[in-house]
Structure formats: structure tokens, C-alpha cells
Write a protein that binds this ligand. Structure first.
Ligand code: ZN
Length: 222
């Protein structure tokens, strides 16, 4: 299944249909455990990006290009660093949230390498971070100033909390779960299923649907 996103001109793919060397490390639809012991289902629908040139020239919003939110290094599996590359569709929601933040602070907002989307098999992704959903960003500088003090990070964290009530900001600190050299903003475990995409196309779903029909409960959902 593949549909084209009209606004971005990027194909949207069901990662369950991708070749194994890509699908396996992306783990589409699998449950991932967080550091707190909660489980969340990983995204299944991704934008397909055919080249770095496409990443560089695709603007998600006025101030954020797709490349900024998919820049990874050797911590990511080799098969996921080759093009075409795949980014969860929810990255558009992240960019929209960052744009609101950018407009308020009125200065350039820089995202760190490995600080946008990371696959669940990325070596920095073991704790089930929203980065694996494409809904988190690590901001390392604003207006050319690095974010590395409690005062700066706290000030911009307060702006993010005020503007993005659905978001979460990592507290300042040096221990696990804290940050002392960037501002982590995330939207939680949001996934996006674009219009024109069907979520029920694998064999298990087909069998379940047939079961529902034979027991007369099809379409009856409270
Ligand atoms: Zn982060």
C-alpha cells in the first residue's frame, strides 16, 4: 500500500510491507517498553524519503526541514541509514509543535543529531523514548546560544509547557531521565495514520473480521 501525501509530495508506506532488512529494525506496530515499565505500540505508517536531497528540500513547516528531524549517525542500523529512509508520519505533528515554539521564541531552534526520529533499534533508543515515534526533539541551541545551563533550559522549558499543554519536557539534571545539555520536548506516544490509509490489511485482521461477520457482531461497536 502506498499513497502520496499531497502537501509534502512524499509517499506514505505501511512498514509491515517493507523488505525485512528495513521492517525488522523499524518494528512497526510492535509493543515497546519504557523505562517506567509502560508499553506502547510503535508507529506503522512512515514517509518514504528517497534521498538526502529530498530530506533537505522538504519543508515540514516554515522553519523546520525534514532533514533536521531524521539526522542520525552510526548509532542507527546500516539498513536504516541507506535510502530510501523512513520517518513516522507523526513527525509532521512534531514539526508543527516546534514551529509554535519557534514563533514564540523568535530565534533559530537547532535540533541535535540523533535528536529527532530514532528507530527502536537505534543504540540510543533502549528505554522506549518518544524519539522512536518521531514525536520528540532535542534542542541544543536557540538563537545561536547553546542550551547547557539550568537557567536557560528551565526558561525555555517553561515556554514549551505554556505553549504545548499536550507536550512533555525533560527536567534539568544529570541523572537518567534528566538532561543538562539540551531541551527535550515530546508529544507523547502519538502515531499518525494519514487519510487514505487502511489499518486493516494483514492476515490476522482479515481472519478477525471474518469471525466478527459470522458471529453477527460486525459493525456493532459501542
Ligand atoms: Zn530526547
Amino acid at each position: 500500500m502506498m499513497v502520496e501525501n499531497d502537501a509534502l509530495g512524499l509517499p506514505v508506506v505501511d512498514a509491515l510491507d517493507l523488505p525485512d532488512p528495513v521492517s525488522r529494525p523499524l518494528q512497526p506496530g510492535a509493543l515497546m517498553r519504557t523505562r517506567d515499565g509502560d508499553w506502547h505500540r510503535l508507529p506503522r505508517f512512515f514517509f518514504e524519503v528517497d534521498s538526502w536531497q529530498t530530506a533537505l528540500t522538504t519543508q515540514l513547516t516554515a522553519h523546520f526541514g525534514l532533514w533536521e528531524l531524521m539526522d542520525v549517525d552510526l548509532h542507527e542500523a546500516a539498513s536504516l541509514r541507506m535510502f530510501p529512509r523512513y520517518v513516522p508520519c507523526a513527525v509532521t505533528s512534531l514539526a508543527a509543535a516546534l514551529e509554535v515554539f519557534r514563533l514564540e521564541v523568535g530565534a533559530t531552534v537547532r535540533i541535535a543529531a540523533n535528536g529527532g526520529y530514532r528507530s527502536p533499534t537505534h543504540r540510543g533508543s533502549r528505554s522506549g523514548s518518544p524519539h522512536c515515534w518521531g514525536t520528540a526533539a532535542n534542542i541544543y541551541a536557540i538563537g545561536g546560544e547553546p542550551l547547557d545551563t539550568e537557567e536557560q533550559i528551565g526558561r525555555y522549558a517553561a515556554v514549551a509547557r505554556r505553549l504545548l499543554p499536550f507536550g512533555w519536557v525533560r527536567p534539568y539534571g544529570h541523572d537518567a531521565g534528566h538532561a543538562d545539555d539540551h531541551l527535550h520536548i515530546d508529544l507523547g506516544y502519538a502515531t499518525m495514520v494519514p487519510n487514505g490509509i487502511s489499518e486493516e490489511d494483514d492476515e490476522a485482521d482479515q481472519a478477525r473480521r471474518l469471525d466478527d461477520r459470522s458471529s453477527g457482531t460486525s459493525g456493532v461497536r459501542p
